[in-house]
Design a protein around this ligand. Sequence first.
Ligand code: NAG
Ligand code: NAG
Ligand code: NAG
Ligand code: NAG
Ligand code: NAG
Ligand code: NAG
Length: 543
Amino acid sequence: MHFRGTFMMIRTILFIGILLTFVNLVPGVTGINVTYASEMRIDDVMTHLNELQKIATASNGNRAVKTIGFNRTLDYITNYLKLNTNFNITKTYFYVRNFQLLRKPTFSSTINGIVKKYTYSTSLSSADFYYVQYSTSANINNNVNLTAIPNLGCSDADWLAARPPPAGIVALVKRGDCSFIEQATLASKYNVAALLFYNDGTASNRMQPIYISLGQNNRVPALFLSYNVGKSLATAANDPSKVTTVRLTIETDKDFNPVGNICADTLTGDPTQTIIICSHSDSVTAGPGINDDGSGIAATLALAATLSHLFQTSNYASYAYRVRFCWWGAEELGLLGSDFHVSEAKKSTIVGERIQDYLAIIDLDMIASPNFIFAIYDGKTAPTNTPAAAKPGSIQMTTLFQDWFIGNKFPWDYTTFDGRSDYGPFLAAGICAGGLFTGAEELKTVEQQKRYNDTLGTGFGGTANVALDNCYHKSCDTIANINKFALNKTVQATANVIERLGQQSNLKSWLYPTTQIQQLSKQTPQRKFEYNSINEYFGLPYN
Ligand SMILES: *[C@@H]1O[C@H](CO)[C@@H](O)[C@H](O)[C@H]1NC(C)=O
Ligand SMILES: *[C@@H]1O[C@H](CO)[C@@H](O)[C@H](O)[C@H]1NC(C)=O
Ligand SMILES: *[C@@H]1O[C@H](CO)[C@@H](O)[C@H](O)[C@H]1NC(C)=O
Ligand SMILES: *[C@@H]1O[C@H](CO)[C@@H](O)[C@H](O)[C@H]1NC(C)=O
Ligand SMILES: *[C@@H]1O[C@H](CO)[C@@H](O)[C@H](O)[C@H]1NC(C)=O
Ligand SMILES: *[C@@H]1O[C@H](CO)[C@@H](O)[C@H](O)[C@H]1NC(C)=O
């Protein structure tokens, strides 16, 4: 309501302004130059954050997927968009797997006819084996041969060298120097019947089975064995004088939960040249997620409503490009909503819905951290598996954000462009990406504290050696965790960058310069990178 009032007033001023200009009475009437940023109101963004806090408070303290707080968040976003924009709003569902063990898993081996049953226990120090999060079900009741994967099972070569070959039988793999997900992906590629991980025994705390998660996309049944059990089975499997077989049962539920993605498109602009502005709608279960990512939700909503109003006022030219605002679900479970959108776009033949219809994506994930830095995704540090086509434009987008902070004499930093948020799947699909991040669990440095204090003034430097967001993924990520000053600036900067992209005369050739891409294509990647590495999200042991 406050919002509409603002616009009515601006329209009136503009009207008078145009009249006065027309009759040439007052030259250079102020307010005639409307910019996207100048129309953004931090109080509108704060209103959304207060509403998100209310939703969490009324919904067991969080807004995580599979909860009523998440559904209410989506309802709030769609209702607000319906009332305050003329955009085309779509809600698309995808499914996330539940994971719950229905009964204790069982595991036994038979070596030259001698049967050995192993102990399952939730007390890991006394367990021979433990379940693996997102394992699929298996019911291997007859003896199936076991193969020990040579080395660490981190490369195709290891799996191809395994004797007997792993297809259709059970594979045993030691904790490696790649992620468990990478090992499981290879196991799936080589069609194992089941996968047994075992600890590597390199230290006293690396003897027992450990708790790991293979993520939503896992397709193999898996268990995690202690070092001693794994080692004796590997020795037996590698001994030609022995016949080593195993049996195992894993029973998990098969429930799938629908999770919604919301997108809202401008009615103007070329749909085959779309700019995405996005954030994620879900919180973790630990808390209300007001900075993570209420700040992004609120900013994206306010940016959407403001652009809709701007395009409907006659003096602000709409962009040649369609702008699509999106709120992805299940980011906290491993970028599932954005990943789903990208995989659908790769399959789509509908004009405006195909992956090639996207030019750029701006991601806003945590932009109001209490002990903030103004961190810009650094296009130069794109993961090395990023398609060459997405690199020059991502660097250009970094520069646009830098320009705003430098132009306004504000401090700024780079942040690693590691794919740890929803831009990841898009970047990996060759779409230029950028955005801002005010920081999570990492500590503010003394240098940053000084530089921010010196540039912004006493008190704005925050606290050195303290996390940028001490409430990251905690119950205290409430409305009190929001730095309004930082949020205002990140919103201002984003509006300005969207405008600069939108007003490019040929955005496609500006972001995707053919010759540079050809040169970059010749460089070979040095390191494989998995953006969807769920271990990082859950802080689980990473190999
Ligand atoms: C309006 O924009 C023009 C061109 O960018 C600039 O020269 C002029 O100073 C602006 N006027 C105001 C009032 O900001
Ligand atoms: C959330 O919405 C989905 C989709 O409509 C529905 O299937 C689910 O039951 C809802 N969850 C809760 C907890 O209300
Ligand atoms: C709205 O978006 C959907 C899907 O994104 C599309 O199929 C539909 O044609 C659009 N409608 C309009 C009026 O643009
Ligand atoms: C299992 O291995 C034994 C030799 O150790 C072999 O004779 C048998 O054919 C194998 N079974 C299967 C199903 O591969
Ligand atoms: C903060 O910056 C001001 C100058 O803006 C300076 O006078 C003050 O000493 C600085 N304080 C700290 C703690 O660095
Ligand atoms: C938000 O930031 C802009 C740009 O720096 C500034 O002009 C405006 O006054 C700020 N708003 C508030 C409420 O501080």
